[in-house]
Design a protein around this ligand. Structure first.
Ligand code: ING
Length: 348
C-alpha cells in the first residue's frame, strides 16, 4: 500500500504592522478552504504567520513588542484557524512568536520569548512544538543596516532541539515529521539532526528579505532565492526527506521579502513552486516510499557515517585557523583568526 500524502505550502503575502491577527487568520482560513477543495491533508503556514515580521522594528523596551507574541495557543484570535482545520480534517504547521513564563537552564522562572512553530493534527491536537535555534541578525540597533533584523533582540535561541514525531496524518497511520524555521535551513546540522531521527517530511516557514540588508557588501538579489532553494534542496536530498517551505512574502511597510515557496522531494527536486508574492497555495502528492532509496543506500547513516571524524562540529562554535605548511615540516604559528570580520558584525 503506497504511503502517499497530499501536502501544501500555504504562502502568505505581506502582513502590515498595523494589520491585526484576525486579518491574517481569515486569510489562512481561505487558504485552508482551497486546500480542502484540492484534497490536501497537511498544510504548512510560514514563520511568524500571524503578524508582520516585527524583528525589523527596533524598540528600546522589548516589552513594547509583547502584543506581537502569543501567550496561549490557540488563543481567541487563532481558535477559528484550529476550528477550520479540524472541520476539514487538515493537519497544519504554524509559525508564531511565543511568550511564556518558564524556568531557564538555571532553574530561574522568567519571561521568555521564542520564534516558535507547532504541528497540529487534523483533529486539532498540538503534536509537536519547535523553537528556532539559529537566530540570524543582531540584538542592538545597527546603523549600518538598511533594515534591522533584530531576532537576537526579540527571541532566545530555541531550547527544544530539532524534534521529530511519528504521527498519523491525513490517510497515513504514521509519518515522521520534523520542523525547522527559516535561518535553520541554511545549517546542515539542523537537517542532519532531523535526518538522524528518520524524518520523512520537514515543515519549515521563512520570512526572508529579498535583498541583503546588512550593509556589509553587495549580494545580487537573485542569489537570495538561489541560496534559499539550494539549502532546502540539499537538506532534503542529503537526509532523504521531503521538505515543505512556506514563505511570508511581499512588501511589509516598505520592506520586501521574497516568496518562491517550494515543495521538495527526497531526490532534491522541486515538485511545486509558488510564482506570486501573495497568498498562494502550492500542493504536491508525496509518496513517502521515495525516502527509502536514499535512506537505504547513499544516506544509510548506520552504514556510512563516521562520527569519530566529526568532532569539530559539536566541539567548536567558530572556525579555527589551520596549521601553516612549511617545507621543513614544522608547524608554524597559526595564521590570524579566520574570521576576518570585526567581532560585532553579523550575518543577515
Ligand atoms: N530570515 C533570513 C533567513 O535566514 C537571512 C535571514 C537572509 C540570513 C539571508 C542569511 C541570509 O532566511 C530569517 N527570518 O531567518
Amino acid at each position: 500500500m503506497p504511503r502517499i500524502i497530499t501536502v501544501a505550502a500555504a504562502q502568505l503575502g505581506p502582513i502590515q504592522r498595523a494589520e491585526s491577527r484576525q486579518i491574517a487568520v481569515e486569510r489562512m482560513i481561505r487558504l485552508l478552504e482551497r486546500a480542502h477543495v484540492r484534497g490536501v491533508e497537511f498544510v504548512v503556514f510560514p514563520e511568524l504567520a500571524l503578524t508582520t515580521f516585527f524583528p525589523r522594528h527596533y524598540l528600546e523596551d522589548v516589552a513594547e513588542a509583547d502584543h506581537w507574541y502569543e501567550a496561549t495557543m490557540p488563543s481567541d484570535e487563532t481558535a477559528p484557524l484550529f476550528a477550520a482545520a479540524k472541520r476539514f480534517g487538515i493537519g497544519f504547521h504554524l509559525g508564531f512568536a511565543e511568550i511564556v513564563d518558564e524556568a531557564d537552564e538555571t532553574g530561574a522562572l522568567r519571561r521568555r520569548r521564542f520564534n516558535t512553530a507547532i504541528l497540529v493534527s487534523g483533529k486539532g491536537d498540538i503534536l509537536l512544538k519547535y523553537r528556532k535555534v539559529h537566530l540570524p541578525g543582531h540584538a542592538e540597533f545597527d546603523p549600518r543596516r538598511t533594515t534591522q533584523h533584530l531576532e537576537k533582540r526579540y527571541f532566545e535561541p530555541g531550547n527544544l532541539g530539532f524534534p521529530v514525531i511519528r504521527t498519523p496524518m491525513g490517510g497515513l497511520s504514521g509519518l515522521n515529521i520534523g520542523m525547522m524555521i527559516c535561518n535553520d535551513r541554511r545549517w546542515p546540522e539542523a537537517w542532519r539532526v532531523l535526518g538522524l531521527q528518520g524524518v520523512e517530511l520537514v515543515a519549515l516557514g521563512y520570512n526572508t528579505p529579498s535583498t541583503n540588508t546588512t550593509g556589509a557588501g553587495f549580494e545580487a538579489p537573485h542569489l537570495r532565492v538561489f541560496h534559499s532553494q539550494l539549502s532546502i534542496q540539499a537538506g532534503a536530498y542529503q537526509n532523504a526527506t521531503f521538505a515543505i517551505a512556506s514563505a511570508k512574502a511581499g512588501v511589509e511597510d516598505g520592506n520586501e521579502m521574497f516568496g518562491h515557496s517550494i515543495i521538495v522531494n527526497p531526490q532534491g527536486e522541486i515538485m511545486a513552486q509558488a510564482t506570486s508574492w501573495q497568498d498562494e497555495l502550492i500542493t504536491a502528492d508525496c509518496d513517502l516510499d521515495q525516502c527509502t532509496l536514499g535512506k537505504t543506500t547513499v544516506f544509510a547513516f548506520d552504514k556510512h557515517r563516521r562520527p569519530e571524524a566529526y568532532g569539530p562540529i559539536t566541539a567548536q562554535i567558530g572556525a579555527i585557523a589551520p596549521a601553516v605548511w612549511s617545507r621543513e615540516g614544522q608547524i608554524l604559528s597559526r595564521t590570524a583568526d579566520v574570521a576576518s570580520r570585526p567581532a560585532d558584525s553579523d550575518a543577515d
